[in-house]
Design a protein around this ligand. Structure first.
Ligand SMILES: *[C@@H]1O[C@H](CO)[C@@H](O)[C@H](O)[C@H]1NC(C)=O
Ligand SMILES: *[C@@H]1O[C@H](CO)[C@@H](O)[C@H](O)[C@H]1NC(C)=O
Ligand SMILES: *[C@@H]1O[C@H](CO)[C@@H](O)[C@H](O)[C@H]1NC(C)=O
Ligand SMILES: *[C@@H]1O[C@H](CO)[C@@H](O)[C@H](O)[C@H]1NC(C)=O
Ligand SMILES: *[C@@H]1O[C@H](CO)[C@@H](O)[C@H](O)[C@H]1NC(C)=O
Ligand SMILES: *[C@@H]1O[C@H](CO)[C@@H](O)[C@H](O)[C@H]1NC(C)=O
Ligand SMILES: *[C@@H]1O[C@H](CO)[C@@H](O)[C@H](O)[C@H]1NC(C)=O
Ligand SMILES: *[C@@H]1O[C@H](CO)[C@@H](O)[C@H](O)[C@H]1NC(C)=O
Ligand SMILES: *[C@@H]1O[C@H](CO)[C@@H](O)[C@H](O)[C@H]1NC(C)=O
Ligand SMILES: *[C@@H]1O[C@H](CO)[C@@H](O)[C@H](O)[C@H]1NC(C)=O
Ligand SMILES: *[C@@H]1O[C@H](CO)[C@@H](O)[C@H](O)[C@H]1NC(C)=O
Ligand SMILES: *[C@@H]1O[C@H](CO)[C@@H](O)[C@H](O)[C@H]1NC(C)=O
Length: 778
């Protein structure tokens, strides 16, 4: 045995010079290898295609792939290890018994070619078609990339029934994405996202023989389904022969299947020209049934000339995850009927968008009207986010604005509300043009970032306040106990009980009635009148989209009540800990929201606020599942006149940082700890301590996740949830951030600013140490 191995090594050494020559005919001998460190690749005889490692953008990981070697952008047409990028120093070996084997420097096998036909590989060949083939002694094919496609097909390639293409996650992220092209066993070709949204429907039981047999990309550049009866279902109308053109058909990460060409002679003209795409306009395929498959909520899908969709946030909206241009957008301002002052329309303007519609979300329609009436009607209606005017009909739409799309066939004028600082002089100021829009969005961002924090923006509420300015200088409304008793119908409907008191649902009679949550504080220090006002001042000045808005308070005799806006979707605890798992994307959005709310409390507010009781029960969800932190500022209120170290523990079991028990100073890092626990709960959809539903070694979430992370089995913590596993790098990043947050030593925990940056992927996350080295060792 040892002899044979040595013989192999010897022959591979001997073959080394021949291997250089061998590049001329594309043949690669067994024993040859490529490493990420060198720059070498295996070229096809014409030099059109290369097989080797490509470094991924923005990191030092590598992809084993095949690419167009003569095109400047070196478009990748096949890749092996999209889900497991290879670290620097990895090697791919061509072996006789296992074909291609990709190994990391640590010796981990990252990928290997699957030999479907038993046999001993004699050599590999990089063919001029772009196919890399493993052949035996008799040049019979044992394995080929054409039979194991990723997201691209090339001329000469055939997909049999049961074959499929999978999209990648984004242009530069090769982990498996959201879309699939299935050539089903019944001969039908189906393009699917979360649900199928395009099908060629080539099967028709009543016409025997008409079903699809093969999906063919032939050398004339025709892409078609060959039917059982010999007929064709054509995708390609014009021919572009493969000898004159570079051609590819790719299932793009945004769900579009498209064929592209590039004349071989076009030196320097590097952009691929699309020939056709399916669906021809994917923005129009978005509908309520298929879910927000291309763009996220409140986003607008636009179909561009290159047959690819783009997703853009309307003005006044921004991307929830800046790294995910296809994700949901959120308004930088709060909109809706809660907190709506009587002259709110002065705060808004409308921007005009042509031919843009949101398919769902309509709540009112009226006919025989004018465009101006339509936009006015939306401005004056606090529920209205967008009005679409078309054919003398006005449709008003409310949040969340799902499935927005631009469509030139609509012949509609769309008015989208946005917040402005300008007081309108007369009538409606319609805002047109990019520069004006840009100006406004900058103002809106400025306001949400700075002025709102200082309480300036909502200062018009001051007129309601009963206290002179130096006493309670905020926008808070002072309610009488009687008013709140009426509003809550005698404290009738209980919403929940927290550490500070009971919360009741109520309706305040402003306009058509505003829903509120009234919190009756139960453990109030007796002579805290002045401190109560001071703290309310601080809470009242906070304004952030991830904080529950305090509307007012009541301070009569012994009674202390706080009036908050009511959030329709309950607590994060109820949302997470149910039988049906909320989607990964929704959970990611929630994690970002909580992190940003905490960052604001810690660093962006005039007075720093430590929450002290971050847990899923204190995080509420609004109409479109935007996370908002509740109960902030209260811990300080109740700790008044007590020195920090002797304070009773303010948090909740399972979420409290160790320093509470250790006579150590309490800092913002206690919130970072609790956030880490909540982040793990959001990732895993389970409670931090659970002794009933899971086995003993999984009972303590923080310990179990660290063990899984340490052992490299992240699949287990998300219970093999496909959506999360498709974003494995993000999943790993989130877990690592959480593990940093729950470090026993507060100085090791990052600040919330760092946490936000790490979650967003703006800064690198280093490998976290064991969170509790002392308690675990003992
Ligand atoms: C390629 O060239 C090598 C050496 O010149 C030769 O041994 C091999 O048979 C050739 N392979 C093919 C497929 O022509
Ligand atoms: C990979 O490792 C080699 C050798 O250690 C080094 O020269 C090269 O710069 C590294 N490449 C990257 C991208 O880190
Ligand atoms: C590797 O290839 C790149 C691009 O072709 C080139 O810029 C770089 O200098 C090469 N590095 C080495 C070490 O040959
Ligand atoms: C792969 O190739 C490298 C470089 O030629 C060699 O050091 C290594 O031993 C090979 N590994 C295997 C499993 O053949
Ligand atoms: C390898 O090929 C066999 C036979 O076709 C198939 O059952 C198996 O799923 C393949 N494995 C992988 C990892 O593709
Ligand atoms: C199947 O073919 C029959 C006869 O040509 C036609 O009437 C029917 O509409 C077709 N069904 C589908 C689903 O295309
Ligand atoms: C490719 O297919 C088309 C029919 O779709 C046919 O006309 C053409 O001859 C084929 N070309 C080759 C090279 O097979
Ligand atoms: C498909 O294209 C080929 C070649 O262009 C043509 O001969 C054939 O009639 C087309 N079939 C259909 C169904 O359009
Ligand atoms: C690139 O080629 C395409 C198609 O041949 C052509 O439409 C386009 O104008 C060319 N672009 C440039 C910059 O030459
Ligand atoms: C408006 O017109 C649509 C059809 O164009 C009709 O279905 C609807 O009933 C009309 N609504 C009113 C209020 O007249
Ligand atoms: C416009 O609306 C009228 C009735 O409100 C209807 O008769 C007409 O068909 C509509 N036109 C279009 C193009 O939708
Ligand atoms: C588009 O709308 C305008 C104004 O409502 C109308 O004059 C025009 O006829 C419409 N065009 C089409 C194609 O429906």
């Amino acid at each position: 045995m040892a002899f044979t191995v040595r013989l192999f090594l010897l022959s591979s050494l001997l073959l080394l010079p021949t291997y250089v020559l061998a590049q001329t005919n594309g043949s690669i001998a067994v024993g040859a290898s490529l490493s990420t460190a060198g720059n070498s690749s295996w070229l096809s005889p014409s030099g059109d295609f290369a097989f080797g490692f490509r470094q991924l953008e923005n990191n030092d990981l590598f992809l084993l792939s095949i690419w167009f070697a003569k095109i400047p952008d070196k478009t990748i047409v096949w890749y092996a290890n999209g889900d497991k990028p290879a670290p620097n120093g990895s090697v791919v070996n061509l072996t006789a018994n296992s074909g291609l084997v990709l190994t990391s420097p640590q010796g981990e096998q990252l990928w290997k070619s699957n030999q479907t036909i038993a046999g001993v590989v004699a050599h590999g060949v990089m063919i001029d078609t772009g196919n890399f083939v493993l052949e035996n002694e008799k040049s019979a094919k044992l394995w080929e990339t054409f039979k194991n496609p990723t997201d691209t097909m090339l001329p000469g390639q055939i997909l049999e029934r049961g074959g499929k293409l999978s999209s990648r996650n984004s242009e530069t992220d090769y982990t498996r994405g959201h879309f699939r092209l299935d050539f089903q066993n019944n001969g039908n070709l189906v393009l699917r996202g979360q649900r199928p949204f395009y099908s060629t429907a080539t099967t028709n039981g009543s016409v025997p023989g008409s079903a699809g047999l093969q999906l063919v990309f032939n050398d004339s550049g025709n892409f078609y389904i060959l039917r059982v009866n010999g007929g064709h279902y054509n995708f390609t109308a014009e021919e572009h022969a493969a000898k004159d053109y570079y051609l590819r058909t790719t299932l793009c990460f945004d769900g579009v299947l498209a064929q592209y060409f590039l004349p071989k002679t076009s030196v320097g003209n590097i952009s691929w020209v699309p020939l056709w795409s399916e669906p021809s306009n994917i923005c129009q395929k978005i509908n309520a049934d298929s879910g927000p498959s291309v763009c996220g909520y409140n986003s607008i899908c636009t179909y561009k000339a290159d047959k690819m969709p783009t997703c853009e946030c309307p003005t006044g909206y921004y991307l929830l995850d800046p790294n995910d241009p296809y994700g949901s957008c959120y308004p930088t301002f709060k909109q809706g009927c809660e907190n709506e002052p009587s002259y709110a329309q002065d705060l808004y303007d409308v921007q005009v968008l042509e031919n843009t519609d949101w398919l769902t979300s309509s709540f009112m329609q009226f006919n025989d009207t004018t465009a101006d009436t339509c936009s006015q009607s939306c401005l004056q209606d606090c529920s209205c986010a967008v009005a679409v005017y078309s054919n003398q009909t006005c449709q008003k739409k409310k949040f969340p604005l799902s499935y927005g799309r631009e469509d030139n066939n609509l012949n509609a004028t769309t008015f989208i509300k946005l917040m402005t600082v300008k007081k309108k002089k007369s009538g409606t100021t319609l805002v047109h043009g990019g520069s004006v829009l840009l100006g406004i969005s900058v103002v809106v961002i400025f306001m949400s970032g700075t002025a709102v924090c200082l309480g300036l923006f909502f200062s018009f509420r001051k007129k309601h306040a009963r206290f002179p300015q130096n006493d309670l200088d905020t926008n808070l409304h002072s309610f009488s106990h009687k008013e709140l008793e009426e509003a809550t119908n005698g404290f009738n409907e209980e919403l929940g009980r927290g550490s500070f008191g009971v919360v009741y649902k109520g309706i305040i009679k402003i306009g058509s009635g505003v829903q509120v949550a009234v919190k009756k504080l139960n453990c109030w220090i007796q002579d805290g009148e002045k401190e109560f006002k001071t703290e309310l001042n601080i809470i009242g000045r906070t304004h952030h989209k991830n904080l529950v808005h305090l509307v007012g308070y009541c301070d009569e005799g012994q009674e202390r009540l706080l009036v908050y806006e009511f959030l329709s979707n309950g607590t994060l605890a109820n949302f997470l800990f149910t039988d049906t798992k909320p989607s990964w994307r929704q959970r990611i959005d929630i994690a970002y929201g909580v992190a940003k709310g905490l960052l604001y409390l810690h660093e962006e507010c005039r007075t720093q606020i430590i929450h002290c009781d971050i847990k899923p029960q204190n995080i509420l969800l609004d109409d479109y599942y935007n996370a908002q932190i509740a109960d902030f500022g209260l811990a300080k209120l109740l700790m008044m006149n007590q020195s920090q170290t002797q304070t009773a523990i303010r948090g909740t079991k399972g979420y409290v940082a160790p320093e509470w028990f250790r006579n150590m100073a309490i800092s913002t890092k206690v919130d970072v700890y609790s956030f880490g626990v909540v982040l793990l709960e959001v990732i895993c959809c389970r409670s931090s301590v659970d002794r009933e539903n899971v086995s003993e070694e999984r009972a303590i979430l923080t310990d179990w996740v660290y063990d899984c992370y340490h052992d490299g089995v992240l699949d287990a913590i998300v219970d093999n949830e496909m959506e999360a596993l498709h974003e494995k790098t993000k999943l790993e990043r989130f877990v690592m951030v959480a593990l940093w947050c729950i470090q026993e030593d507060p100085s090791l925990r990052p600040t919330m600013r760092k946490v936000v940056q790490m979650l967003e992927g703006v800064v690198d996350v280093h490998v976290p140490p064991c969170p509790s080295p002392f308690s675990r060792a003992g």
